[in-house]
Design a protein around this ligand. Structure first.
Ligand code: HEM
Length: 170
């Protein structure tokens, strides 16, 4: 949770004076996890050592908890991968926001979006009955947020490099 709050504060600091509110940027950027997988490594604490006595994160839906513990058993292989967006890991959509609301978030930092009152409001706004007829949609805010974040602290000239392979220096 602290990690999430720090990340959120950092983004908020950098995004002050932008027309897209920082809580919107925090929310939609984390919702990028609509695609892709994570490793059991990131689940260990959340499942087996979240509260004193080894209790799991209470925000996990009780229906989801056994699913997660089956995929990531205690002392099991931490490299096993699981989808971050249950049901629609290969589709860019707002299912992840519904998951977050219902306690089906896989990453703890994603679940945290529904614990903070400002980001919870943003999640709810995208899931409301009137969206997309009123107010910005998740998809349109996502585009704006990524463009804005792409302008933060850009390194130019010899100060940086555009990697040919994402995971390695050129
Ligand atoms: C609040 C900030 C964020 C946090 C704390 C965070 C955290 C994480 C974590 C822990 C994973 C799993 C990594 C692994 O198991 O190897 C992950 C994966 C991923 N993240 Fe984020 N992330 C953040 C923001 C973003 C943003 C802004 C994007 C894109 C715009 C993004 C896109 C992805 C994708 C696509 C994956 C899946 C990678 C794969 O399938 O191998 N994340 N993120």
């Amino acid at each position: 949770m602290k990690e999430k709050q720090n990340k959120k504060k950092k983004i908020e600091g950098k995004c002050r004076n932008t027309s897209l509110r920082s809580n919107v940027i925090s929310t939609v950027s984390s919702a990028a996890h609509t695609i892709g997988t994570t490793a059991c490594f990131f689940m260990t604490k959340r499942l087996y050592n979240f509260l004193p006595g080894g209790q799991p994160d209470p925000t996990i839906n009780p229906v989801f908890l056994p699913e997660l513990t089956t995929q990531c058993p205690q002392n099991g292989d931490i490299n096993v991968r699981l989808p971050m967006d249950r049901i629609s890991e290969r589709v860019f959509d707002k299912q992840i926001l519904q998951n977050i609301k219902d306690g089906f978030a896989v990453l703890q930092t994603d679940a945290g979006l529904y614990e903070d009152v400002t980001t919870r409001r943003v999640v709810d706004s995208y899931l409301g009955m009137l969206n997309p007829f009123f107010g910005p949609t998740f998809e349109s805010d996502f585009v704006k947020a990524i463009v804005k974040m792409g302008k933060i602290g850009v390194k130019t000239g010899s100060k940086g490099e555009i990697r040919r392979v994402c995971s390695a220096f050129n």
